[in-house]
Design a protein around this ligand. Structure first.
Ligand SMILES: O=P(O)(O)O[C@@H]1C[C@H](O)[C@@H](CO)O1
Ligand SMILES: O=c1cc[nH]c(=O)[nH]1
Length: 339
């Protein structure tokens, strides 16, 4: 039996329920693109304490985020070890775990993040994690905002303006609504510091299936419209409330909502698309921009852990996946549950 919307609301213990009756009938579930499996790994032992699942495009960004959040929440690596990429043998995605935080790269575009969301939602189910919150820490093109502005998505639309994720399933298009948790987006916005040297704003995010023509750029290999057509289109989007354009928010909002998981998308604008198409900002500046969504999410995670009395209490506690000089190991020490 599949789980309905009403039934999803009825699981007060916070565990993730799957809307797929087949999974529990299977002997084991291989999470192929994560290089993990319910038969080959003790997923409960490895991931039960996960509370925050943070995703972003590149392996490098998500590894850096893992080290950054480790510092922010006061986690210490055992001497002589580095963080381990748990999914390294998938050669697809990278995954790092620091106590209650999972940091995973999702690649580019809706098919890539869609596959990762299926497997990560199942991972949360198998591991019996409670009420995990999902974040996407991304980059985007802004509409009428200064480069470096942080945009928290309060809605997501596809390239045709649909507020839903359309997937052809068994030859028919199935539409799943895009919904973000309003309280979570409000809480994130409230964590923007007036002293931050950049704006943090809420807005609708357009999720394109392409970086070039799909986002109305004139600098792709092909272009059959004029600069004036492009500007008319982008200004129309802006007037309808669209603040930024990226490539993953629609499946992120729709699949987390379908699974009953709270989620938010926070992206930094690399450029103002009303002023150009090419990303010509220097690399060092782009690297600093990428930190901005991470800073906001770190504030949220720290505040959450503080409320639970868990901040800076990680030395010698919790779980961490580390690469020691000679072998990989999951260090499990008195694992904690975050509820
Ligand atoms: O999280 P990232 O920075 O990868 O998000 C955007 C959307 C596409 O994946 C990519 C295009 O450059 O950047
Ligand atoms: O313009 C941009 C910049 C980053 N990512 C996008 O998808 N678009």
């Amino acid at each position: 039996m599949s789980v309905s919307d009403e039934e999803l609301d009825e699981y007060p213990d916070g565990s993730v329920k799957l809307r797929n009756p087949h999974i529990e009938l299977m002997d084991q579930d291989i999470l192929y693109h994560l290089a993990l499996g319910s038969g080959s790994h003790d997923l409960v032992e490895m991931f039960r304490d996960v509370k925050f699942v943070c995703m972003g495009g590149t392996p490098r960004r998500m590894e850096m985020f893992a080290y950054y959040i480790m510092k922010e929440i006061g986690y210490k690596l055992p001497t002589g070890t580095t963080l381990m990429d748990i999914s390294q043998y998938s050669y697809r995605y990278s995954m790092f775990k620091v106590g209650p935080v999972l940091s995973i790269s999702h690649g580019m575009g809706t098919p890539s993040i869609g596959i990762l969301l299926h497997e990560t939602i199942k991972l949360m189910y198998h591991s019996k994690a409670k009420d995990p919150i999902f974040f996407r820490l991304g980059t985007c093109g802004g509409l009428g905002v200064e480069p470096g502005t942080v945009v928290i998505s309060d809605d997501a639309i596809d390239g045709l303006g649909n507020h839903s994720y359309s997937v052809p399933i068994l030859g028919k298009v199935v539409q799943r609504p895009c919904k973000f948790d309003k309280k979570l987006t409000r809480e994130l916005k409230a964590l923007a510091d007036p002293e931050d040297p950049y704006e943090t704003t809420l807005g609708t995010t357009m999720c394109a299936d392409d970086f070039y023509e799909g986002q109305g750029r004139c600098d792709g290999a092909f272009c059959d419209y004029s600069e004036a057509d492009k500007l008319e289109y982008l200004e129309g989007l802006m007037k309808s409330g669209v603040k930024n354009i990226e490539m993953e928010s629609v499946p992120f909002a729709a699949l987390t909502n379908h699974a009953g998981i709270k989620a938010a998308v926070i992206c930094v604008a690399l450029l103002n698309r009303l002023k150009g198409d090419q990303v010509c900002t220097p690399k060092e500046v782009l690297n600093e921009y990428q930190l901005r969504p991470q800073i906001l999410v770190a504030r949220y995670i720290k505040k959450y852990l503080q409320t639970k009395g868990r901040l800076s209490s990680f030395e010698g506690h919790g779980s961490i996946c580390v690469k020691s000089p000679r072998r990989f190991k999951l260090v499990q020490q008195e694992s904690q549950t975050f509820e």
